[in-house]
Structure formats: structure tokens, C-alpha cells
Design a protein around this ligand. Structure first.
Ligand code: C5P
Length: 230
């Protein structure tokens, strides 16, 4: 089943402390952004990629796309102050498609198998997001004191991709924009409409490259994957 993907790539990555867009940092000699783009470039069901970028980085990113042979990018609109704004600026440029995926450009280890499950689930139910079960004991804390131990069975840690029927995510974004609601993911905007969002079990490898330690973990994942292909 075909889909197009929106990749917000206009963050500053302050928590990485790299002094530049963290997506330009390399894992085994290749920028994080390219690792992520290659997942979609190589997935035959992906018919288009939309990349939200900072205006001052657009020319550099275009050069990167050309030198790594990334050909599916249909547009590179300006990102916004918040991730949600960056996603919205891509959505505004897209033509109607059946299914849209939103995926952090900083999560390079997503697999085609999980993407396929998400696309199928979004087709069947309207909205589906990737997540993993909480592994640790979870507690609610206020002012350094435990308030409550939360039942872990019902807790999931949410990732991207998040997949939606096009009309549903457009409506959810429009409503959020109208009332000035800012969510931490796209699913929240759909939940606000009262629409069910399904979960697709992902893996703990689908980490977001956020801090320096994540880079070490990321390189270990890549080394193991390279070893497995030989
Ligand atoms: O900062 P964080 O890693 O949570 O951002 C997730 C993704 O959203 C990254 O790929 C980042 O480049 C992107 N982003 C964006 N526009 C923003 C903030 C983040 O496109 N204003």
C-alpha cells in the first residue's frame, strides 16, 4: 500500500550540544538525515518525501540529497518554531494522497516491516502510531516525592512514524491551528477530534538521536545490521 512521508528536519538539536543541526552528524560516515531518507528512498511503497527544513540549511540539504542520490523528495518547505509547525508546513504543500506518515528525521532505524504495519493500520482505522511497552517501573513525581506508582501494563512509549488517512490529519491540524493547540505529537491532534488512534508495536531500536549517548547506541545498531547482511 502506497504512502507519502513528512520528515520534520528543522530542529536545532540543543540537547545534542553539537553546535549544528544534529541531523548533519554522521553515523559510520553518513549523516543521520541521509540514513533516515534512505529508509524511505529504498521502500517501494513510498511515493514521495516532504522535508521541512530551516531556510538557511536548504541549499546544503539539496546538495546532500544530490550527492547521496535521494530522488523522492517532492518539497522542502520552511520549518517552523515548533515541530508541529514544521509538519504543518509540509502538509500544506502536499496534494491529496491516501496515507501520510509523519516521521522524525532523527529516527534513522525504522524498518520497512513496521512502516508496512502502520500504513495498513492507518488504512483500516484512520490513525496508527508506533510505540513500545514501558520497560521500567513508572512513577508520578511531584517536588521530588513519589505521588503514585502507575500501572505499567497500560503504558506505552510513543515514537514515530505516525500514520494517518490524509483527510483526518488535515482536519486535525486545521482544528489545532485554529484554536492554537500545540501537541507533542500528531496523534494528540487526532485524539482531540475524538478519533481512535491505534498502536503498532515497534522496537526499542527505533530511537531518536537526541543526546551524544544515542550516537554510540546508533553506531552499534548499524554495525550489527551491516554484520548481519554478510
Ligand atoms: O528535537 P527533537 O529531536 O524532538 O525533534 C524531532 C524532529 O523534529 C527532528 O527531526 C527535528 O529536526 C524536527 N523539528 C522540526 N522543527 C522544529 C523542531 C524539531 O522540524 N521546530
Amino acid at each position: 500500500m502506497q504512502y507519502e512521508v513528512v520528515l520534520p528536519a528543522a530542529g536545532s538539536g540543543k540537547r545534542m550540544g553539537a553546535g549544528q543541526n544534529k541531523l548533519f552528524l554522521e553515523l559510520l560516515g553518513k549523516p543521520i538525515l541521509i540514513h533516515t531518507l534512505e529508509v524511505f528512498e529504498q521502500h517501494e511503497n513510498c511515493t514521495g518525501i516532504w522535508l521541512a527544513v530551516k531556510p538557511e540549511e536548504r541549499a546544503f540539504i539539496r546538495e546532500m540529497l544530490a550527492s547521496y542520490g535521494i530522488s523522492k523528495v517532492k518539497g522542502l518547505p520552511d520549518g517552523g518554531a515548533e515541530r508541529q509547525h514544521s509538519v504543518h508546513s509540509c502538509m500544506k504543500e502536499m496534494e491529496q494522497v491516501d496515507i501520510v506518515l509523519v516521521h522524525d528525521a532523527a529516527r534513522p532505524f525504522i524498518t520497512h516491516a513496521i512502516i508496512a504495519n502502520l500504513v495498513q493500520s492507518a488504512h483500516d482505522f484512520g490513525a496508527a502510531i508506533a510505540g513500545v511497552r514501558a520497560k521500567d517501573t513508572m512513577k508520578k513525581v511531584r517536588d521530588g516525592i513519589i505521588e503514585e506508582t502507575v500501572d505499567r501494563e497500560s503504558l506505552w512509549m510513543i515514537q514515530t512514524p505516525q500514520a494517518f488517512r490524509f483527510d483526518l490529519i488535515v482536519e486535525a491540524e486545521d482544528v489545532a491551528e485554529k484554536v492554537g493547540f500545540l501537541g507533542t505529537d500528531e496523534a494528540m491532534l487526532v485524539e482531540r477530534l475524538g478519533h481512535a488512534v491505534h498502536i503498532v508495536e515497534s522496537t526499542y531500536e527505533n530511537v531518536k538521536m537526541t543526546t551524544k549517548e544515542d550516537l554510540l547506541f546508533g553506531e552499534a545498531i548499524l554495525r550489527r545490521r551491516v554484520a548481519e547482511t554478510y
